[in-house]
Design a protein around this ligand. Sequence first.
Ligand SMILES: NC(=O)c1ccc[n+]([C@@H]2O[C@H](COP(=O)([O-])OP(=O)(O)OC[C@H]3O[C@@H](n4cnc5c(N)ncnc54)[C@H](O)[C@@H]3O)[C@@H](O)[C@H]2O)c1
Length: 325
Amino acid sequence: MRYLVTGGAGFIGSHLCEHLLRRGDEVVVLDDLSTGAEHNLAAVTGHPRLRLRTGSAAELGTVLDAARDVDGIFHLAAAVGVFAILDHPLRSLRTNLHGTESVLEAARQRGIPMLLASTSEVYGKNDKPGLREEDDRVLGAPQRNRWSYADAKAIDEALTYCYHREFGLGAVVVRLFNTVGPRQRGHYGMVLPRFVAQALANEPLTVFGDGSQVRCFCHVDDVVPAMHALLTEESAHGTAYNLGSAEPVSIRELAERVIAVTGSASEIVTVPYSAAYGPGYEDMTSRIPDCTRARERVGFAPRHSLEQIIESVVAANRASLRSVS
Ligand SMILES: NC(=O)c1ccc[n+]([C@@H]2O[C@H](COP(=O)([O-])OP(=O)(O)OC[C@H]3O[C@@H](n4cnc5c(N)ncnc54)[C@H](O)[C@@H]3O)[C@@H](O)[C@H]2O)c1
């Protein structure tokens, strides 16, 4: 099969490309290299079944061209990360809305299925343990930029369901919870790579808020095969699937475990949300998925424990530090 992966030079996208190439598929990557980079694809650079096109997923002509002769589209291109959203709210909104609209329209015109990478952020402040796909969204005021990523992704989802219902497009939505692994970058707000980089540098680990907030971290290698399975499983189309781990950990405990795995001399310091993100920042106390739907549809079952996840991110960071020095 031949796939277009928008955002394929990003963290999750590059792992997806490697997965598809291992399967024997052909891959066209469309990426504007804003947060992604060619070196994320270093392991497959020059692969005869991989082609990288630099361009924007928000331009219909570009997507139509990239989607010529492909059998399906994975749409991962997006403005991602709290800092990207807070620092560039208009650009982020445009990328996340226009990108999905272009990809849906290109998929419709080419008559091929597409997968939208949505996010657990759409649940907003709903902190019910075991969030299910039909649960309510609980969001702050739209004047707060913090929610614009969730708003845009929810509209992306709504567009996707409309294309499925009105045009019969084979379209599926995955709601990714915190997805982590090698190559994820910390500087635009991702907590695990930030903690690991701080621990390896023996710098203080900065916990935003009081650290009692609970999250679940899932290894990218567990998520990527499920994305492929859901795009290719026709009965999965037309709805959303949570993909994440159900092993909860508080952010303070995560910091402690990173210190233990690295053997770092770092201490933990707490930073108020207002100092980290500016005044009025709102966060949810807990975000724990119920992934029954994905398990029943395509057998989704994360295999990596949190310990293994931290170890794999630490090992990857150590390797990249060695290659720099
Ligand atoms: N990592 C997570 O925990 C997580 C959680 C929920 C949802 N997601 C979603 O998964 C997808 C991938 O996220 P990621 O963590 O790999 O982040 P990432 O920043 O590494 O990947 C996004 C990629 O999209 C590219 N991109 C941005 N705007 C583009 C545009 N207009 N045209 C073409 N390419 C563009 C970037 O250069 C980058 O390569 C995103 O849609 C994100 O919303 C990720």
